[in-house]
Design a protein around this ligand. Structure first.
Ligand code: HEM
Length: 487
């Protein structure tokens, strides 16, 4: 690791792990101030932080072939998301991405718009006039139901809730592990085992493989949290297997994403994906597809309540928002709302760093680094840097006017990542966010407490700490419909 690189301030003897766990936000901002490339340390292991659009682009686009997802991410997610799209690499990832991309094209998901609107309407209808709610929790319920409806055709929220609860337990455990020193040691041990002599005699090679396999996944220690992950994984496995079994029956008439996954075929591959692969993809989509969008929605409500001018413009679009002649909600009428949602994703990107691990030597910002270097692309730091965004802390949806977007570096806005591993659900999320916002703002006045500054929490994604409390005033008079600050 290049010792000339600026080290991010605040490290102690054990490195920056304590800051990464407790104040990741400040750490990432000071990394962006320290330079386009800086370094932090977890125990003995240094990590590069790429904190400019240019260096993000070098890693995620130009030299994407030099990197994989970080081994820590794969280890922690092995039992939950297995070899799903988020964690897989190489030919398996290429094949799965080829199979799944067509299912997520804008045209393929357009028919989900009505489901999204209906679920948002149903959630609002359950709330009595004057209800006090946490918008973060409400949005999680909505996005979880949307992903359950589109992925599993689940009709009841209870079905989504049960799976959702198990996934929330599992994902909470994952996030805790990602910032733990135990993981850093495990990654080092895993790497050491992988590189142990290729010519070991039979029984030693077997032992190496067994230990290597054990180290490639979560190491369970006796304790409540670890046991809860195992129980959650068992629930997830049995529920999803039952859904797969039902869809494998020739009598199934479902048209959900899981059915499409099971029917997807690659060139020259008659069999399609195995049950196990479909299970991994389904869990991946369920996990990746709701918490992120829910947090982005909660932040958008919060930011709108603090920016009355922007709020009024979103409200005007929401008031005019309805089904078009074909019975579908039209996104074309939600231009400003979409920009507001994108701006919330800039200020509070649900995925704040994109971890990568080099599989060969690579160049970054004019220097060469060795194989097995751990790099974090600092999405949060880039989104909040004044170099990339004038007046970066200001909420200004018009930054996303097409003429302003074309003037910006392509990797200045990376809430969905960029390059070959860009989020497969980005069109889905950019459709769901504005539709849910408009549906709720059309149906009620949503009063967010203006006296409360909401801080970001990082568990398990960048969510509002303590939620976004609001009061719901049902729309009895059309002209009173708006998201507003209480007076
Ligand atoms: C606002 C909402 C969302 C945000 C901010 C988000 C963010 C991201 C990011 C940053 C990545 C790339 C990670 C990397 O390069 O290391 C990613 C990948 C992924 N996302 Fe999303 N996501 C969102 C919604 C969704 C939805 C709705 C789905 C599915 C229904 C989804 C499924 C996935 C999958 C499967 C991947 C892995 C893609 C691959 O590696 O080929 N995401 N997401």
């Amino acid at each position: 690791m290049d010792v000339d690189l600026p080290s991010v301030p605040g490290g102690n003897l054990l490195g920056h792990a304590h800051l990464f766990r407790k104040d990741r936000f400040a750490l990432l901002r000071s990394a962006a101030e320290a330079g386009a490339v800086s370094r932090i340390r977890f125990l003995h292991r240094s990590v590069l932080l790429a904190s400019s659009p240019e260096t993000a682009h070098e890693i995620l686009v130009e030299r994407a072939h030099c990197f994989e997802k970080s081994p820590g991410l794969r280890i922690v997610l092995r039992d939950l998301a297995g070899a799903g799209l988020f964690t897989s690499e190489g030919p398996l990832w290429q094949r799965q991405r080829r199979l799944m991309s067509p299912l997520f094209r804008a045209s393929a998901i357009a028919s989900f718009a009505k489901t999204m609107r209906d679920i948002a309407l149903r959630a609002m209808a359950r709330l009595p006039d004057g209800a006090s709610v946490d918008l973060a929790r409400e949005m999680t319920r909505i996005t979880m139901s949307v992903v359950a409806a589109t992925l599993f055709d689940s009709e009841t929220d209870a079905e989504a809730d049960e799976l959702g609860r198990a996934l929330t337990v599992a994902f909470g455990w994952v996030d805790e592990q990602l910032a733990s020193s135990r993981l850093v040691l495990q990654v080092s041990a895993f790497e050491a085992f992988k590189s142990l002599g290729a010519h070991l005699p039979g029984f030693l090679a077997k032992l190496r493989d067994r230990i290597g396999y054990a180290l490639s996944g979560p190491l369970f220690l006796p304790g409540h949290r670890d046991a809860s992950l195992q129980a959650a994984v068992r629930t997830i496995d049995s529920k999803i297997q039952a859904m797969i079994d039902e869809r494998r029956l020739s009598t199934s008439t479902r048209v959900d994403l899981l059915t499409k996954l099971l029917l997807a075929r690659d060139v020259g591959d008659a069999g399609g994906m195995s049950d196990h692969q479909a299970r991994d993809e389904a869990v991946t989509l369920f996990v990746a597809g709701h918490e992120t969008t829910a947090n982005a929605l909660a932040w958008t409500f919060y930011l709108l309540a603090r920016n009355p001018e922007a709020r009024a413009r979103v409200q005007a679009e929401a008031d005019a928002f309805d089904l078009d002649a074909t019975g579908q909600p039209s996104l074309a009428r939600l231009d400003y709302t979409t920009r507001a949602f994108k701006e919330a994703l800039r200020l509070y990107p649900p995925v704040i760093v994109l971890p990568r691990w080099s599989v060969e030597r690579f160049e970054l910002d004019g220097r060469t680094y060795p194989e097995r270097t751990l790099v974090f692309v600092n999405a949060f730091g880039i989104h909040r840097s004044s170099g990339a965004w004038p007046d970066p802390d200001r909420f200004d949806p018009d930054r996303f006017l097409p003429e302003r977007e074309t003037k910006r570096h392509k990797s200045a806005w990376i809430p969905f990542g960029v390059g070959p591993r860009v989020c497969i659900g980005n069109h889905f999320a950019l459709m769901e966010g504005p539709i849910v916002l408009a549906t709720w703002m059309r149906s009620a006045r949503i009063e967010v407490d203006p006296g409360r500054t909401v801080e970001p929490d990082l568990f398990p994604a960048l969510r509002p700490k303590g939620g976004v409390p609001a009061r719901i005033r049902r729309a009895s008079t059309a002209d009173s419909l708006r998201v507003t600050c209480q007076t």
